[in-house]
Design a protein around this ligand. Structure first.
Ligand SMILES: [Zn+2]
Length: 355
């Protein structure tokens, strides 16, 4: 899957003048090649040790450091398996700079196959815990290690997510709307380079992206692509899209040669986002279950799905689009709890098409 097009640097970003890191990072000094290490966090009651896995691929030529983290939510497995394949294809003799990857941001949540850390106190969403606290709960301790040993030593950040185990279909790249304007523009450029149908200016307060964009002055993009346990066809589609996105991102940042010209996309922000949540629990019959459904412009009044009562077999409610909008989040048919996000739209009147 190596790029075959004429190299273009028109969209290439240069490494920023980030603040000097507080701690040393030995992996920054490695020669050309590949390495893997575990960053210690703490001990576990099982007798094992909790650590954060770090892969580093160092190129022969000088260049920036792209830091990718995934599985901050423990039920989002697709990105890390894509990254595994993508790292293997990188040619270190041609690579400029290095790629550092935390393959599992939250090992405890991953072991439990759930979104959050299974611990009884404090905030348990790693995605809200940055920059962390070495004397906080386990989630904060993981965040502190990731901050000190990883985030403080990279030049560009990518926090890669997918839909979790609820059969979700997604196809967008978020960026931090609270980043300073100059950084926000660079975040948007990274998000666009990834090449998904949507770029979404989101509130990423508490995330690793918020930390690096506001405290370190480096840009970040947060892909949200595909989902988990989606079946072979959808998984293959999202795998291919994610792989291509990583290649385009690395090209955009100048690590490899290729073409990262952004495709036509739709940009929306929080004001134009509407989540459709069933008022009733039941079985959701989704009418938009294919990857190609994400990105469709749907007229107001379109039936998206219906919630059926498992007990009486009655249709409890129908979910329809409240306005003309782009479907940017959908899900498979399956059980839903009242208040769960079933679909999400970007209002067409507020969305901006980027060509
Ligand atoms: Zn996530």
């Amino acid at each position: 899957m190596a790029p075959t097009t004429t190299p273009t640097r028109a969209h290439t970003q240069t490494a920023p003048a980030a603040e000097a890191p507080m701690t040393a990072a030995p992996w920054r000094d490695e020669p050309e090649g590949r390495s893997f290490r575990r960053l210690p966090v703490t001990t576990l009651l099982s007798g094992g040790e909790l650590s954060i896995p770090l892969h580093v691929v160092t190129g022969r030529h000088p260049g920036p450091t792209l830091g990718i983290i995934t599985n901050q939510h423990g039920d989002e497995f697709l990105p890390t398996m894509v990254i595994r394949h993508w790292l293997a294809t990188l040619d270190t003799s041609a690579l400029r700079g290095r790629v550092a990857v935390i393959s599992v941001g939250n090992p405890l949540a991953t072991a439990a196959c759930q979104r959050l850390t299974p611990e009884p106190h404090g905030r348990t969403d790693l995605h809200e815990a940055f920059p962390g606290n070495a004397r906080g709960n386990t989630t904060q301790m993981m965040a502190a290690v990731i901050t000190e040993s990883f985030l403080d030593h990279i030049d560009f950040h990518c926090d890669f997510h997918a839909g979790g185990s609820g059969g979700r279909l997604q196809g967008r790249v978020d960026y931090n709307g609270k980043a300073p304007p100059d950084i926000r523009e660079r975040c948007l450029a990274m998000a666009r380079a990834f090449g998904q149908p949507f770029v979404h200016e989101n509130d990423l307060t508490g995330t690793s992206a918020h930390y690096v964009t506001t405290k370190r002055g480096i840009p970040s993009c947060n892909p949200e692509i595909g989902g988990t346990f989606l079946g072979p066809d959808s998984t293959a589609t999202y795998f291919e899209q994610s792989f291509a996105g990583l290649t385009r991102l690395a090209t955009h940042l100048g690590l490899i040669d290729g073409d990262a010209t952004p495709p036509s996309q739709v940009r929306f922000d929080l004001a134009g986002r509407r989540e459709l949540r069933p008022r009733n629990s039941g079985y959701l019959e989704s009418l938009f279950e294919r990857p190609s459904d994400v990105g469709r412009l749907l007229p107001a009044g379109t039936l998206l799905g219906r919630v059926v009562d498992l007990y009486s077999y009655a249709v409890l409610e129908e979910i329809v689009t409240p306005f003309d909008g782009y479907l940017f989040f959908s899900r498979y048919s399956g059980t839903v709890s009242a208040g769960t996000q079933a679909f999400a739209l970007a209002e067409a009147a507020r969305a901006i098409r980027l060509d």
